[in-house]
Design a protein around this ligand. Sequence first.
Ligand code: PMT
Length: 400
Amino acid sequence: MKILLGVTGGIAAYKALELCRLFVKAGHEVQVVMTQHAKQFIGPLSFQALSGRPVRDALFNAEQEAGMGHIELARWADWIVLAPASANTLAKLRMGLADNLLTTLLLASDRPCLLVPAMNRLMWQNAATQENVAVLQARGYHLLAPAEGVQACGEVGAGRMPEAQQIFADWQARSTAAAYPALHAFWQGRRLLVSAGPTFEDLDPVRFLGNRSSGKMGFAIAQQAQALGAHVTLIAGPVSLPSPQGVQRIDVRSAQQMLDAVQHHYAQHSVFISAAAVADFAVAQALPQKIKKQAGQKHLSLELIANPDIVAWVAQQSPKPFVVGFAAETEQLLPYARAKRERKNLDLICANQVGAGIGFEGDDNQLVLISREQERTLPMSSKHQQALGVLQEIMHLLTQ
Ligand code: PMT
């Protein structure tokens, strides 16, 4: 895809470098357009090195215009991403001002545009900015709202630009929604419950049994579904991922806590996807103090007891949501996954090979989608793309 990355003046401009890198890494063509204020914060050469294209920054530059005129540039882009979008540029955009290359391009473009505002918290809260953003959204601009936290000016509040990875994932999901209108229509307004990440089973106050799940697969599903218009509740084990915007997140630690959260929420959702790597066993009795090694001790035995099977419990309820499980296998992927689907009475199971370098932790995955009726292997791709395949399969199964 051809992405026009607009960078305006703000300290968050440095994060646009990483965003540019992520777009290029994902195989997109990127043309960076900077305002003069943006160049006070970061040099165009860095963007040129990452995008492989000279940065465009002037409306009245015969040399730049000779390459591709500004109207051509506006037509060239499939998507425009404005990150950071300053309060000043948002105000100009709302008013239809065209006093530099970027604002002129924006006025001359009918392409989808994602605005990623970043500014001081009071500037963001200001009624003028809020009204500008509301008007722009009503006109069809996409908005990724600023994150909360400590700002460059030292104040604390909403106004920080989200991290590049989050902007990239958000854009990816939105561009997908625009590219798959039928899927969007299906998921719009549906309530989806997703579990993600590992569970940690405590041995004592400092040690636990865990696994290598990063939560990426489940978070990708939550994010894609949210971008497709679903109301998503995400029950997350202990992971270090930021929450996808617009998703209701509930953090848990152990399998028992995950079960409690699922039992509390499942009835309000029409689909449950259990992507979490739930520990099958917990220690029989977690100790209140750190286990001490005795002098000369060579062995330590732990008594483990089976954890409740969360996805199987949901599949036993009546009425129950449409239930999707995952199968993580190191051998005999398909026979084990088929048996698991039947044993747990799942409507669909997503089988993935796991082991050193695959399945867990990485950004890519390959799922085999197994339902009562059919089996479909998705090509290896990003977890976001796999998530889309799962959401498509659910749509097919529920509408056939
Ligand atoms: O998080 P990532 O790093 O992105 O990695 C993704 C993943 C490999 C963790 C994911 O794709 C995946 O396979 N998740 C399920 C892992 C797993 O626990 O598989 P399982 O075969 O052990 O369990 C089968 C199903 O039962 C799963 O849906 C699981 O959520 C569920 N289960 C398992 C045990 C248990 N006590 N309760 C459960 O609900």
